[in-house]
Design a binder for this molecule. Structure first.
Ligand SMILES: Nc1nc2c(ncn2[C@@H]2O[C@H](COP(=O)(O)OP(=O)(O)OP(=O)(O)O)[C@@H](O)[C@H]2O)c(=O)[nH]1
Ligand SMILES: [Mg+2]
Length: 248
């Protein structure tokens, strides 16, 4: 888990605490770390609840996009912004360890974006997203897309206050990923299988991938698409409008 591996910026004290207090007593160290982990997640849930109340107040739909690095999150958002422009305002919160690259891509595609640089942390949390929202002048009836740090493990733990979680898996990653990273796929409201245009070049078993997703997430809906060809986008845009109607 993220907190115990010590990769979370502010959360690094989890390790220091556990070692300084009870050095030599492994059981105590363990208990201490687990307590800290629970505290950190409880604190996160409070920030997430504030964000959720903010989205509700703004009658807006917030989605948390998660995947491995490079599965096509930013490309999907660029193509989505082009298709939704003129309908609802769109705001994007970008999360990466370093750089403003993805926020700049979003701005070029035509939406307002705020980039969070997480530094040593490998996920967004509710507190970071709350601050990002202060920098965006979000009006009523908007879409708020939050692109998480590319990582299939740690972001699964942190509620950001979104109404739905969208997990991307590109077909170059292999059909076994839902089984290997079940926490992420278990929490998915929608799984998007991306880069479908590459299917002829790969030994990728689409049916097996869908079966693996359903094993972990029986209620999760699946959409297949390609941001390169535009295949599957009608279904995706339809899902977005339905989610906006039901969830915001
Ligand atoms: N062939 C093909 N390539 C794609 C598609 N979508 C994205 N790509 C390519 O995949 C690479 C990564 O895409 P990004 O959109 O940057 O991926 P990401 O998930 O935002 O990456 P991180 O933010 O770094 O985690 C880029 O070279 C894209 O052009 C697609 O549908 N088909
Ligand atoms: Mg990206």
């Amino acid at each position: 888990m993220c907190v115990t591996c010590g990769c979370g910026g502010d959360n690094n004290h989890a390790h220091e605490h556990s070692h300084s207090h009870h050095s030599g007593d492994h059981h105590h160290e363990h208990t201490h770390v687990i307590n800290l982990e629970a505290e950190i997640l409880a604190e996160n849930n409070q920030f997430a609840a504030q964000n959720r109340a903010f989205f509700k107040d703004k009658k807006s739909l917030a989605l948390n996009f998660v995947s491995s690095p490079g599965s096509g999150k930013t490309t999907l958002l660029e193509e989505t912004i082009k298709r939704l422009s003129g309908q609802h305002p769109i705001y994007v919160v970008e999360g990466d360890q370093h750089t403003e690259l993805d926020a700049n891509r979003i701005r070029s595609a035509g939406a307002e974006a705020y980039q969070i640089q997480t530094g040593k942390a490998c996920h967004l949390d509710g507190h970071m997203v709350g601050h990002a929202l202060e920098h965006l002048n979000i009006v009523d009836d908007s879409f708020v897309f939050i692109e998480n740090v590319g990582n299939l493990i740690c972001p699964a733990l942190f509620d950001l206050g979104e109404q739905a979680k969208v997990v991307l898996i590109s077909i170059t990653e292999g059909e076994d990923k839902p089984l290997k990273y079940p926490d992420m796929f278990f929490g998915a409201d929608l799984v998007i299988i991306t880069k479908l245009d590459l299917l002829p070049y790969l030994k990728f078993d689409l049916a097996a991938c869908e079966a693996n997703i359903h094993k972990i997430s029986p209620r999760g809906k699946i959409i297949q698409l390609s941001s390169t060809t535009g295949a599957g986008f009608d279904e995706w845009i339809k899902w977005l409008h339905a989610a906006k109607n039901y969830l915001s």
